[in-house]
Design a protein around this ligand. Structure first.
Ligand SMILES: [Zn+2]
Length: 252
């Protein structure tokens, strides 16, 4: 969607210099799709996308590839940022939601990144790195990504104590890290092992891009059972490189 960066308007006309002019506020802006912003031959981009869909990391393409490691990495970074943007904009969860966090032992090469995850009854996930293992960091994500009145299933960590003010709160007792009794929290456990398996082949994920890799994993999980090639291709065509820039590097 070509939105005016000033007023979000979607109606515009094209100026002779190629820029767009918003019909609502008159703002002139440049709109280049992420796909077009990458200056590689079209066939090469399709091949990189095919390999991405198959889950082949950039370093495994180093032999027999016509592209440099740097341009492959850049293309994949943009692609992951597109995933991050749609996953971030995915509407807040409601109903029964499992909440959990992971990372006291670190996530691979990313070191001590702490990840907070939410899983809906239908299996959709949201997961994001959090700056600290505390109540404030977790409640910030819960406020942003769930609707009030939801049914929260968590473990017994006391940081969740205020959840009952936001909705219903069910605490699941765990023994040796495994939930006891009902099958709650199993959804999120399933996602953690999915994410671990997905992130493992990437080996060293640079810390400043960890959020993009995590978003890729969420995107794949939320679209499992679908053909990713046409989905990601249209994502790359419909997202502008200008609006994507803030997503690329995590602030803070
Ligand atoms: Zn406008």
């Amino acid at each position: 969607m070509k939105r005016c960066p000033s007023c979000e308007g979607t109606r515009h006309c094209r100026l002779s210099d190629g820029r767009l002019k918003c019909r609502a506020c008159g703002h002139r802006f440049t709109w280049t799709s992420v796909w077009d912003s990458v200056h590689l031959p079209t066939a090469t981009k399709h091949r990189l996308l095919d390999l991405f869909v198959l889950g082949v990391p950039s370093y495994r393409q180093r032999f027999g590839s016509t592209t440099s490691a740097a341009s492959r990495e850049r293309f994949y970074r943009l692609l992951r940022a597109c995933c991050a943007q749609v996953e971030h904009l995915r509407e807040p969860f409601e109903g029964a939601i499992e909440c959990d966090r992971k990372g006291k032992r670190g996530w691979g090469a990313a070191g001590k990144v702490i990840v907070f995850g939410l899983v809906k009854r239908n299996g959709r996930v949201k997961a994001m790195p959090i700056p600290a293992h505390d109540r404030i960091s977790i409640m910030r994500e819960i406020d942003a990504h769930t609707r009030e009145g939801a049914l929260y299933c968590t473990d017994e960590w006391q940081a969740y104590a205020t959840l009952k003010l936001r909705g219903e709160h069910v605490m699941i007792r765990k023994e040796k890290g495994r939930p006891v009794g009902r099958d709650h929290i199993n959804g999120i456990e399933g996602f953690w092992s999915y994410a671990k398996n997905r992130l493992y082949p990437y080996r060293g994920v640079p810390r400043q891009y960890f959020h993009l890799y995590l978003a890729e994993v969420c995107y794949r999980h939320n679209h499992r059972g679908e053909n990713l090639k046409p989905l990601i291709f249209s994502l790359l065509k419909q997202t502008s490189i200008q609006e994507l820039r803030p997503t690329l590097v995590r602030k803070g």
